[in-house]
Every structure is written in C-alpha cells, then in structure tokens.
Write a protein of this length. Structure first.
Length: 321
C-alpha cells in the first residue's frame, strides 16, 4: 500500500475491545504509523447491491491509549472494491452470518480489494477440521458424529480432549479418561445425540508443563517467539479467555518444521495472518478467522507483529509475494 492507501477493518464493535490486549488494534496502529487511512465497519454495515459489494464505513483514528483508543470521523458509503485492502477481523462464532459476510467479501476481492484473510479460506479452513490436511503434524484425531466411535477412540488412547467444531476461547472443551462415567453425556452433548460432528484428539500431557502455544505466521513465515498459554492449576484449558497465564518462548526446531509444512500452503491460499496452536510436538488447531497474541508478544519481546502484517499487505498490493 502506498501512503494514504485505504484500509478497511471489518470487526466487532471497537468500543467493546480490550485495547491493551487486542490484536486488531495493534494492526490498525501499525497501519496508521505507516501513513495509511483507516476505515471501520461492522458486519451490519456491508451488503451487496446488484452484485456490487457496498459498505457504510466510518473514518477511524486510533491511539495506543487504554482510555481513549479510537475516534470516528465522517461516514461515507462506498464500493468495497475501491478500498486498497480489507482486514476481516470479525471474531467467531463461525455461523451462517459469517459465511454470508465472506460472500460479500468475495465480491469485494473480485472488484479490486485485497481481502485479508482471503474469504475463500475463511469458509474452507475450519480451524479444527483443517488440521486433517496436515495429519503428519497432528496427534491422533477423530472427527465424527458417531458416539460409539468416540468411545472407541477414548479406549484406544486412554485420555482424550473432546470439543465442538465451532467453538473458541476454550468453550465446551472436555478432557476425558477411559472409564469416566461422564463420557457418554459429553459425547451426547457435543454431537447432539449424533446429529452434529465433533472432534476428539489424543490428550497431550505437555500442556501442563509447556502450555498451549500460539505460533503466529505472517504471510507463511513464523514470528520468532511463541505465546505460551499456561492453564491455571484448576483447569485443563490453555486459553487466555479461560484464565490461562500468558508466557512466551523462542520457537524450537519442531515448531519451525511444522511452520515449513503448513506455512507455504496457507500463504498460497491468501491466508496472510494465521495462528497455529501447538501442544508439545503437535498442531491442534489452525486459526484463520481472527487470531490473537500480537500484543502479548510485542510487549514481551519488543516486536512489531502488526507492522509485519502491514508490510506483507503492502508487498501484495505492489505485486510482490
């Protein structure tokens, strides 16, 4: 993007974010520092008219200020394809409304805007199911509706993590041991008695000592540090939203191998900002919708991950890869 390029951010209400922790704010601050004009919209502000992607957007100024982090300017209606780039940063749930939004962004991309991440990838790459494309990088995993098969998987591995395919932030994640009398009700709840798919993965004990690590990829290349999310003493979940503690560590050789396998394919698919969740030696999720972790790593290590993302967008817009 040349200076004064227009960058539209589609996100949840900006007044509701936690500015000290919010990765989208870090991206916007980086873009502002580089001289780009920011525009703001929520899902409700974009639509299709006769095949044209349209938006009712507001000019936006941002500050690194925990009390007054944004200020709106004038509102205008424009064709989304007239924006240089669009950041899709709406948080899950990944529901039908989210899918409809990706269709609108498809048209914006076809009409001239670079959309980050690419809306086709947002639709196709479910953050839990897409691990199946990289089975060599993952622990044993079962995705099924069949409660008997889930019970068999638990017997085979002795201990397993069970979760829905659409959740985020540690919601509805269960850790079961073979013989647990709650296993049937967990399987019934997650699958709605066999009507919905759920995922079961072999339990990885490294989560208690090394945490659930977020490895950030920017245009296929990893940031040199992983965000370690250490579960609290009374919880199995390595999610900051569920009370985990944020630490960090340098990437190791296994992390780099995982990134070398997964990163190039994501880059070619237009997935410019991605978070890999890694426990021990294995990837458990590939986060493409609105990955977080920028602020924590920036503060701990003096990084500018948002700046790396904006540079990657600028390269794409100038014809580089």
């Amino acid at each position: 993007m040349a200076p004064e390029s227009r960058l539209l951010i589609v996100m949840d209400p900006i007044e509701s974010i936690k500015p000290v922790k919010d990765s989208t704010l870090a991206m916007m601050l980086a873009a502002s520092r580089r001289g780009h004009r920011l525009l703001y919209a929520e899902q409700k502000d974009i639509w299709l008219r006769d095949g044209i992607a349209m938006g009712r957007v507001r000019a936006l100024e941002v500050r690194d200020d925990a009390k007054r982090w944004y200020e709106f300017g004038a509102t205008q209606t424009l064709r989304l394809g007239e924006c240089d780039a669009i950041l899709m940063r709406k948080d899950p749930p990944f529901d039908t409304e989210y899918v409809y939004t990706t269709y609108i962004l498809d048209r914006a991309r076809d009409q001239g805007a670079l959309v980050v991440n690419d809306p086709r990838g947002l639709r196709d790459m479910n953050e839990k199911v897409y691990t199946a494309w990289f089975a060599e990088c993952c622990a044993p995993t079962l995705i099924t509706r069949d409660m008997g098969d889930m019970a068999g998987f638990l017997r085979e591995h002795g201990k397993a993590v069970c979760k829905p395919l659409h959740g985020m932030g540690g919601r509805s994640i269960f850790v079961l041991e073979d013989g647990d009398k709650n296993r049937n009700v967990v399987f019934e709840t997650l699958t709605d008695y066999g009507q919905r798919y759920a995922i079961v993965q072999r339990y990885l004990p490294e989560i208690t000592t090394a945490g659930d690590c977020r490895v950030i990829l920017v245009d296929g290349e990893p940031v040199p540090y992983a965000l370690q999310r250490m579960p609290s003493s009374g919880d199995n979940r390595g999610n900051l939203a569920a009370g985990a503690r944020a630490e960090s560590r340098p990437l190791n050789d296994r992390d780099r191998w995982l990134c070398a396998i997964i990163g190039p394919k994501l880059r070619e698919a237009g997935m410019i900002f991605v978070g890999l969740d890694v426990i021990g030696d294995y990837v458990t999720e590939i986060n493409v919708t609105s990955p977080t972790g920028i602020r924590e790593l920036d503060h701990k290590h003096g990084l500018d991950i948002g700046g790396l993302l904006i540079e990657a967008i600028e390269r794409r817009l100038s014809g580089g890869r």
